[in-house]
Ligand binder design. Structure first.
Ligand SMILES: Cc1ncc(COP(=O)(O)O)c(C=O)c1O
Length: 456
């Protein structure tokens, strides 16, 4: 029989190397091909519908079928499909987006700079920081501190900032001048009897010891996600950011808040920096900025960064950095419309209110025999699975149980993602309480099925 035009048989899948995929296993397993989206749902080419509980890649705030974003793109595409912002040129969508972002920022910011991905934005942040140190006559101040389990992307600089083995092993990373301090994963890493506050104090101490060992005059900046995403949805323990910032201030070290996941409502405030009282010098944004309908990312920098950078560019003759498609007019127009929708529909309140419901419903699963911890805030959460609740031991290889539960959940109509044994939930900000209930019900059924397999 001839293959249907949309069937996997009709496509030759041999030519595509997938991101974040075991390339050898993929030759046997093949891809899951997603064909269309509607609201919080996506549908594969066989007509199966799924709740997209990861909002794609933590990113589709307004759902998968927002006509206003399509119209904004079409309008801009017809008017000016491309222009750049090199050599004093500009265009209206980008000027408007820069103004909007600087005015939305929860702390005084001076300028917005545009890139295409979270990784490029973090790479750019690192270059700006080095440039600034040179401008200030402090060429020795080049070291950057990030955290184990942190995720900042995959370019050479961003993957170096990332604190996850898979992004560094066999890539010969991290590069020099990037240091990693302890991760704020209380449930995994606190000492017996240690309170959250004591744990935070210990981590701030670890940071200070690292700074002193390296020489405070050599440390330029600290990068951190308000809530860690890809590291397993790690919500910082009580007092964490306050104590970390006290150390950074003591040694005059810049703070970069990587808001690529937390930005634009995810944690129940517009920015994660607000939720945790962070006062960053640089904010890095992407994903929900355009609901990922088109690629765009941005950095906001304050005057501590901008002023020396401006002087240095004047001394050299130009700020020699920028990407052809950085701040693309169609992506900028989509981002502006997306941010308008987030504000008009008050999706930040939805993240807070429906998010509280999601956290409550997920925590009902804490007593399940496979659940070690449920954690999260707003519309981002993780359910970490263990074979033994007392010792927190995994089932066989770390990640095996997470992988099993993830595939059972997918069979039950929900797309999640397992980071090791932690199943993540980060649905579109438009999700309703009823849809959350459907998602958690499917998870419960899947965990019961996983338990049966685990106990044999
Ligand atoms: C916090 C954070 N920073 C940076 C990135 C990298 O973004 P991109 O994949 O667009 O390069 C990600 C991607 O997941 C992220 O979660």
């Amino acid at each position: 029989m001839d293959a249907q035009p949309n069937s996997p048989e009709a496509r030759d899948i041999r030519y595509h190397l997938h991101s974040y995929t075991n390339a050898r296993k993929h030759q046997e397993a093949g891809p899951m091909i997603i064909e269309k989206g509607e609201g919080i749902y996506v549908e594969d080419i066989n007509g199966n519908r799924y709740i997209e509980a990861m909002a794609g890649l933590w990113s589709v705030a307004v759902g998968f079928s927002e006509p206003r974003l399509v119209e904004a793109a079409t309008r801009q595409m017809s008017k000016l499909p491309f222009y750049h912002n090199f050599t004093h040129k500009g265009h209206s969508p980008l000027i408007d987006l820069a103004e909007k972002l600087v005015k939305m920022a929860p702390v005084p910011m001076s300028k917005a700079f545009f890139t295409n991905s979270g990784s490029e934005a973090n790479d750019t942040a690192m270059k700006m920081i080095w440039y600034r140190s040179n401008a200030l006559g402090q060429p020795q101040r080049k070291k950057i501190i990030s955290r184990k389990r942190g995720y900042h992307g995959v370019t050479i600089a961003a993957a170096s900032l990332t604190g996850l083995p898979n992004n560094q092993i066999s890539f010969d990373l991290p590069i020099a001048n990037v240091l990693h301090t302890s991760s704020p994963h209380y449930w995994r890493e606190a000492l017996p009897g240690e309170s959250e506050d004591q744990f935070s104090t210990r981590l701030a101490n670890d940071l200070e010891q690292l700074i002193l060992a390296e020489g405070p005059e050599t440390i330029a900046a600290f990068f951190g996600e308000p809530v860690m995403g890809a590291g397993g949805v790690v919500v910082p323990p009580a007092g964490y950011w306050e104590k970390i910032q006290a150390v950074l201030n003591k040694y005059d070290i810049l703070l970069v808040a990587d808001e690529v996941i937390c930005g634009f409502g995810r944690t129940g405030e517009m920015f994660g920096s607000q939720t945790f009282g962070m006062k960053p010098d640089i904010m890095v944004m992407s994903k929900q900025i355009s609901s990922s309908y088109l690629p765009i990312s941005a950095l906001l920098i304050n005057d501590r960064v901008f002023e020396p950078l401006a002087d240095e560019s004047n001394r050299i003759g130009t700020f020699g950095h920028g990407f052809t498609a950085g701040g693309h007019p169609v992506a900028a127009a989509v981002a502006l419309e997306n941010l308008n929708i987030i504000e008009e529909r008050d999706l930040v309140s939805n993240a807070r209110e429906v998010g509280a419901h999601m956290q409550k419903r997920l925590r009902e699963l804490a007593s399940h025999e496979l659940v070690g911890e449920v954690r999260g805030i707003g519309l981002i959460a993780a359910v970490e699975l263990v074979a033994d609740k007392a010792t927190k031991a995994p089932w066989g290889q770390p990640g095996a149980l997470g992988g099993l539960a993830n595939s059972l959940l997918q069979q039950n109509g929900v797309i999640s993602r397992n980071m090791g044994d932690a199943l993540a939930f980060c649905p579109p900000l438009i999700i309703t309480r009823e849809q959350v209930d459907a998602m958690v019900d499917a998870l419960k059924v899947s965990l019961d099925a996983a338990a049966k397999q685990v106990r044999g």
